[in-house]
Design a binder for this molecule. Sequence first.
Ligand code: ATP
Ligand code: MG
Length: 359
Amino acid sequence: MHLSQVDIKWVRNLKDVRLNPAPGINLIYGLNASGKTSLLEAIYLLSHGRSFRTSNIRSVIHAESNTLQVFAKVVQEQSGSCIHLGLEKGLSHNQIRINQQNVTQTSRLAAYLPVQIINPEAHRLLEQGPSQRRKFIDWGLFHVEQSFHETWQKYTRILKQRNAALRERKPGGNAKLWDKQLIEASEKLTELRRHYVQELTPYLQEYSQRLIQISPLVQYRQGWPQEASFETALLNSIEQDVHKGFTRYGPHRADLRITDNGQPVQEQFSRGQQKLLVSAMRLAQITHLRQQQAQQSVVLVDDLAAELDSSHRHRLVELLAESGAQLFITSTDASLFDTQAWASSKMFHVEHGQITEVI
Ligand SMILES: Nc1ncnc2c1ncn2[C@@H]1O[C@H](COP(=O)(O)OP(=O)(O)OP(=O)(O)O)[C@@H](O)[C@H]1O
Ligand SMILES: [Mg+2]
């Protein structure tokens, strides 16, 4: 799978641009504030339905417009077919079209277009709270395990109902009625996540080894005390849950713990090492996805040079290229790479929101 055409209207400073990227590596260069990150943001929007920078859509839409549009042609190499994806986002509306048909679920876009990002904020995946790491696990599961999305939706729905019952604050009252269903959904979700993390770990360790010469330990934290069953955890916690008005334990509190020599990596690694480890995590996912589903990913690398020395930069691009992903790499410096050495590559120059292919 790769993007063969991208049309962007009114995304930040990009008013109306068209790009016909290479299936392999696309190097996007230009001065500060020319529109490089905006281009990556547009591609990310088309897959995730939201920005990687902000939840405020107003700041993503060009100041002179009230809606933005991103359209793309996605070529599926295996079948030779071409899928047309379209997203329009306004201040209070969303419209998704797949092959000219209206679609309501954003997840349908993601299914056709798996997009990952590596940017200067990459370290946040390790340093910030567990929700980003849960999203990391769930991104991979969504793409490789058909039953995941439904399982996750079911768990989330029951959890919401239990929390609503807890907020009624009847001691031990209605909330307990949801426990059986919550436990059932939790078991399935936990099993899927555990299995996925187990499968992903050797990939992650290999890429970490190749990028930063470490082989971290990866543990899935289920979201309640390891030694207890979920049923017991819910039972022991019911008074506190009623007091707080929400469910304190469960897969919605799960986490991924990554350690090296017994210490959490985020407490000992430099920024550059963290960026490389997060890159190894993303590489692990896209390689696993390709091997399981024969599905290729798109990887957006914003400001590649940030935090990385030249030897690590080259190794990272080499591994990304080897993974078969379609790459969009931004840089302020066009001479960062010898694009001649790459089999399928294109270079684009960005200037004041205009994008031109450099031949
Ligand atoms: N909603 C908006 N409407 C119009 N212009 C915007 C909007 N949001 C941001 N911009 C402008 O778009 C320009 C491009 O920003 P972008 O982040 O894409 O630059 P960049 O090329 O990635 O720069 P850098 O190399 O500094 O990262 C900036 O000048 C920014 O002020
Ligand atoms: Mg930028």
